[in-house]
Design a protein around this ligand. Structure first.
Ligand code: ZN
Length: 439
């Protein structure tokens, strides 16, 4: 027997990147739309009357009118063990890592602690309408086990990796080149492809990996060419200077990853703020993705990511957007895109609300090469959805009185919205948003 439901509301799904605010061909919008969800997937989508007619008799219906239904948000870079690091007062990246983050991540050697935080982690993602995230675990295999076990329990499509780091951190947070290799292989064997889990090869960044460990990561990448590789690149000037000092033979920071075979279309590079033209060319040629983390970049004072400039280069760089919890200061992709907008304003660029909503959904799915499964409301996709209300607070309700167009409504959601604007979050067709008073 199949499990079938009709979900009614205003549907919005992107076909491709919008070229301008007037580019209505870039998306599909149904004012009175419906999704027929069958066994966790979208079986039909479109005008309510037509979808209702095609639905088997007796199909139960959930009516979300007048709210918007979008594909669930995707977050392309965050740190699962940093939930209790958010809001740590530090001068910059390296002070923040050494003073707060590394000591906190040491606690994830304890499986009870990792399991407890994993429960909170997925609760927060779902509370904020995020249905897929790409995350760093800690160096400990226990943290990856907790991360993937909880994703499996909730049926979520998640990407994660046991961090590889063998220097420049406290003893409790170091593996060795061999351990990093062996434990990553073990995580792949136990979790990759189980449910909707994807394992990523995860050398934290060049500062915390010796050349021997980078070679181990290279070995993993060549043995498992289908896996994502995630790491950090060019976040802050002091970090770049120190990194290049550690790898004097490399032309620049990007070249370090290229030398170890870690730069390709499955590579997700967190931050990538301060790239030279040569480095941007190298990313473009490799098809690697620069992952923009605006709340983190502002919080740590790291710099202003040239999102629009990278996208419109002659050799464009693929981009994605992310919260970077816990350097980032919000789990909300709406808050994230509000800060992304402001960063582009400071750079004299325009980021329109259609582009923002594209980036949080289809754009991030494209960056992951997962657009056949997530990021759209197309037939065949998993029914991972977010339902949004642009008037959840008195101030937003008042502003909504004067709003006339869809882009205006999206811009309000992005500028003032947060988890209160998330009415419901569906994972494979199941309503999953935790109650706001959930412990
Ligand atoms: Zn990060």
């Amino acid at each position: 027997m199949t499990d079938t439901t009709l979900i009614r509301g205003r549907l919005l799904s992107f076909r491709r990147a919008p070229l301008s605010l007037a580019d209505s061909d870039s998306y599909t919008y149904e004012h009175d739309g419906a999704l027929l969800v069958s066994d966790g997937r979208i079986a039909a989508a479109g005008d309510y009357a037509a979808v209702r007619q095609a639905a088997p008799e007796g199909t139960p219906e959930i009516d979300h009118r007048p709210h918007l239904i979008l594909p669930g948000f995707i977050d392309c870079h965050m740190h699962f063990p940093q939930m209790q690091v958010i809001a740590s007062y530090a001068a910059d990246l390296l002070e923040w890592l050494n003073t707060y983050t590394f000591p906190e991540e040491c606690r994830f050697v304890e499986s009870d602690h990792a399991a407890r935080i994993a429960t909170h982690f997925y609760d927060e993602l779902l509370r904020h309408g995020t249905t897929t995230a790409v995350a760093y675990c800690s160096v400990h295999k226990t943290s990856a086990d907790a991360f993937f076990a909880e994703a499996l329990k909730r049926g979520m499509c998640m990407v994660g990796g046991k961090v590889m780091m063998d220097r420049n951190a406290p003893q409790g947070l170091l593996d060795t080149p061999q351990m990093g290799y062996d434990e990553t292989r073990a995580v792949i064997g136990e979790w990759h492809g189980k449910g909707r889990n994807h394992v990523a090869i995860t050398p934290r960044f060049a500062i915390t990996s010796t050349p021997e460990q980078m070679s181990a990561a290279q070995a993993l990448a060549s043995e498992f060419p289908d896996l994502f590789i995630q790491t950090h690149l060019s976040e802050n000037q002091e970090e770049i200077r120190y990194t290049c000092e550690l790898y004097p033979e490399a032309t620049d920071y990007t070249d370090i990853y290229a030398r170890y075979g870690l730069l390709g279309p499955k590579t997700l590079l967190g931050h990538a703020i301060h790239l030279s033209e040569r480095e941007a060319d190298a990313l473009s040629e490799a098809g690697a993705v620069a992952v923009h983390c605006p709340t983190s970049n502002l919080f740590l004072g790291s710099g202003l990511f040239p999102l629009k400039a990278l996208m419109r280069r002659e050799k464009p760089v693929r981009v994605a957007v992310a919260t970077d919890i816990g350097g980032g200061s919000s789990y909300s992709m709406l808050r994230t895109m509000d800060e992304a907008y402001k960063i582009q304003q400071l750079l004299g660029e325009r980021l329109n609300p259609l582009e923002s909503f594209y980036l949080m959904t289809r754009g991030n799915a494209d960056a992951l090469g997962m657009q056949a499964d997530i990021g759209t409301l197309e037939v065949g996709s998993s029914a991972d959805l977010v339902v949004l209300d642009a008037a959840p607070t008195p101030a937003m309700r008042l502003r909504m009185e004067t709003i006339r167009t869809l882009p205006e409504e999206l811009f309000l959601l992005q500028t003032m919205g947060d988890d209160r604007a998330v009415v419901e979050t569906y994972v494979a067709g199941a309503a999953m948003k935790p109650a706001s008073d959930a412990q």
